[in-house]
Design a protein around this ligand. Structure first.
Ligand SMILES: Cc1ncc(COP(=O)(O)O)c(C=O)c1O
Length: 392
């Protein structure tokens, strides 16, 4: 007797695949995993130590629901320093990962039937969260001819009287592309004109490999800042995925609502984890850590691009950021009977795990993570190549 709400959740195309990978690995079978959504690097010791110290100092009780004051302040400083946006600490809410920040925002803003513009391919969670909150995702199909970058025209064509929100994720998961800041500014101005709120998910801002300008949407103007929810996370930048610390920055009236909701959902983000996050923002070592991760991922990116480009019929757009690549495998997925079947085929025949593009709203593609070492990337590509020769 489940609620109607639960009925909107679609069966995950990846769960069966993920459990199969786990099963094979448990049996000691050497599966090469291109599915990971997290860096394969440990959290830096200085962050861990700050958390351990916090536990020892007794930071083990409920803190304020919106986050420990020191962290809210450090986040506001970071947004000023790195993103050129002035937020007060009272405009920041610390959440259990960016995932919860997003859910709180959708929950607070969406009424039944409201439309939410969702550039596609999208990160899977957006779609399910929007639907769980009674919203209707309006898929804006991004074109590979424009390297999956969102344009002003894409947005204008999809606005209706019911459009409430747009979700902008740049750098983007799963494509790894960075949207053009001039285009984003035009889109943000259009949203302002048409009374549409903006979520800007900036989780991958520090993993950009090209010399590209990255601009926070809220930095475009004071008026745009007033309609924007800037979402960010400690997960990817500091290899802290399991810590579950993220945040949203937005005008104070919204921040109060989100903090109230946060208090009913989870009370607060784990107290000592917040001290770890605080150290990540404060310690000058962080800069060096981020640079070294970026250099490592850039090399891996180049290896996977070259490897995939050597496969006949596969189209590859070189990702500018993130640790994801989204190659077009259409000639092969068609032969296999769809990308889910093709991913199953690769797992069985090549012992290689990938995520089918349809999980992100785009059939015929694969999302491959390059958060694994060069040796395994090369070995994985070789295995894929061999298995393709046998695909009827
Ligand atoms: C685009 C995007 N936003 C948000 C998140 C969630 O991050 P967190 O671990 O902070 O919940 C992810 C994680 O995969 C992501 O890819």
């Amino acid at each position: 007797m489940l609620s109607r709400r639960i009925g909107v959740l679609k069966p995950s195309p990846t769960i069966a695949l993920t459990s199969k990978v786990r099963e094979l690995k448990k049996k000691g079978i050497d599966v090469i995993g291109f599915g990971a959504g997290e860096p394969d690097i440990d959290t830096p010791d200085f962050i861990k130590e700050a958390c351990i110290k916090a536990i020892k100092d007794g930071k083990t009780k409920y803190p304020p629901s919106a986050g420990i004051p020191e962290l809210r302040e450090a986040i506001a400083e970071k947004l000023k320093r790195e993103n050129n946006v002035e937020y007060k600490p009272s405009e920041v809410v610390v959440t259990v990962g960016a995932k919860l920040a997003l859910y709180l925002i959708f929950y607070a803003l969406i009424d039944d039937g409201d439309e939410v513009l969702l550039p596609t391919p999208y990160w899977v969670t957006y779609e399910d969260q929007i639907k769980l909150c009674g919203g209707r995702p309006v898929y804006i199909k991004l074109s590979p001819q424009r390297e999956f970058k969102l344009t002003y025209e894409d947005v204008t064509k999809n606005i209706t009287t019911k459009t409430k929100l747009i979700v902008i994720n740049s750098p983007a998961n799963p494509t790894g592309m960075v949207f053009d800041p001039d285009e984003l500014k035009k889109i943000a101005e259009l949203c302002l004109e048409r009374n549409i709120l903006i979520i800007s998910d900036e989780c991958y801002e520090h993993l950009i490999y090209e010399n590209l300008p990255f601009k926070s949407i809220a930095s475009f103007s004071e008026d745009i800042k007033k309609i924007t929810f800037t979402v960010n996370s400690f997960s990817k930048t500091f290899s802290m995925t399991g810590w579950r610390v993220g945040y949203v920055a937005c005008p104070e009236n919204y921040a109060k609502i989100l903090s109230g909701l946060n208090s009913q959902f989870v009370s607060n983000t784990t107290t000592f984890a917040q001290y770890g996050a605080l150290e990540a923002l404060k310690n000058p070592e962080s800069k060096r850590f981020i640079e070294s991760v970026k250099n490592l991922f850039r090399k891996r990116r180049d290896v996977i691009v070259e490897g995939l480009r050597s496969i006949d019929g596969v189209k590859v757009i070189k990702p500018e950021a993130t640790f994801f690549i989204f190659p077009d495998f259409t000639p092969y997925t068609e032969r296999a009977g769809g990308d889910v079947k093709f991913a199953e085929y690769l797992l069985e025949k090549a012992l290689v795990a990938v995520v089918p593009g349809s999980a992100f709203g785009m059939e015929g593609y694969l999302r491959m993570s390059f958060a694994l070492d060069v040796e395994h990337i090369e070995k994985g590509i070789e295995r894929i190549k061999l298995s393709l020769e046998e695909l009827e």
